[in-house]
Design a protein around this ligand. Sequence first.
Ligand code: FE2
Length: 533
Amino acid sequence: MDDARRLARALSDPSRRTFFGLTGAALALAFTTNLADPWTSRSKGGDGYPFQLGVASGDPLPDSVILWTRLAVRPLEPLGGMPYGRIKVDWEIAEDRAFTRRAKHGSAWATPEYGHSVHVDVRGLRPGREYFYRFRTGGEISPVGRTKTAPAAGSSPEHLLMAFASCASWQDGFYTAYRHLADENADVVFHLGDYIYEYGIVPTGGNRNTPVPDQFRVQCDTLDRYRVQYGLYKSDPDLQAAHHSAPWIVTWDDHEVLDNWAGPNGAGGEVSPEDFLVIRANAFRAYWENLPMRLSQPASGPDVRIHRRFTFGDLAEFNVLDTRQYRDDQVCGDGQQYDCAERLDPARTMLGAEQEKWLLDGLGASRARWNVLAQQIAMCQLDYDPAPAQRLSMDLWDGYKAAKDRVINGMVERKVSNPVVLTGDIHYNLAGELKTDFDNPSSPTVGVEFVGTSISSGGNGNATTGLPAGGTDPVNPHIRFSSYQRGYVSCDITKARWQADFKVVPYIDKIGAPVSTRGSLVALDGVPGLHAL
Ligand SMILES: [Fe+2]
């Protein structure tokens, strides 16, 4: 059968998998054919359905959100099995899930240069409002996503429901925690990095026991290889449910690129800086293609600015940081070290001079009740040795002591209202108090840090971290809560208090685990420190 006849038959038969078996030119024609206007779908998924990676929204402003999708008929193939041509995608956003009160609509092009991703910057929305959105191409309709705009500038919201997550190694287990996060119906979700892991995947799919094709054996390096890794991750229904539930604000950590990379340096000097910057550029491009981010332009090349700020009226302001791209290399051979004097070097930077100034200037100018650093790595000192000697991680803020002190003391000098640090990276649940001197328990408490555990990285986990912490333990007395179970953190934020509920699941090597609250800690307005419920 020739392409024209195949296409005609596909378009006329609602039970047929429209795009299966068509060549590139016919496939492109199928997607660009503008069918009758009503938003009615003729197929419900499977091979040939172009919205197998779901939809997402993100970076909410008072009048805007970014709407995202990426077309893929076969997500595990390069370019998602799509033709090398541009494809028109219609979108609409409404005030109700049935789309009877449509607010805005339009169309955009999905192009192969950007992996057939679509980023729509919808403007003219109303502040602090719930919306629903979807896409359409070639007569196929996407799933519906829920989103929400930020409150109006200068407004005084009473309440913000925020959840945050990190570290979702696909082969380590199922995304049950994402499924429960979806049920939170949050105003906004923060993802603090390790959205993917760059590692190759074994044929059996690790703890998932799900076959994974040959192209996944090697570690990510080329743009195509990163793209199929996202295709695999984003095919997961629980991850999609979490995206469909709320707008996300994302930042990367190390594994979106390479384990423990630092500025122009790949981990362990395994690749030259020149080669690493090529990998970094590929990783950045694939990350942007797959997430609902508001960038000034499409990610291109090895330098992409993602630190940015979000304000929720006078209630909370979030400074989203990048602690990887501008940092000096880890000292003393990385890992956990004793007596590493180089970690104290005042010339070393974590954020880079520009981002550090941007952060402190923004904190100084903020009028928000809660001032948040949404970032990757632990800021509270973490001594891994239960004996008196200190063993600290060179990859965390402890390995950049002077840079950490500049941020903490900078917040004190600027009298920043209620600092809150949100952290991922180490797969621990921790709640700690930020001190001006972590070695002196009686030094002033400046604010609090909530470290969220992993969604899946590390496998099933267990109740304790092995980190000496909490209670009467003289090591890490500023850490007030810890656990090593998979999950996420749900935060209920009002003017008077910030409550962090550490939500955990008992296992992830099977689907369907229930969720429970392992611990709840509260910070009170104007009283730096933590209170257990
Ligand atoms: Fe991680």
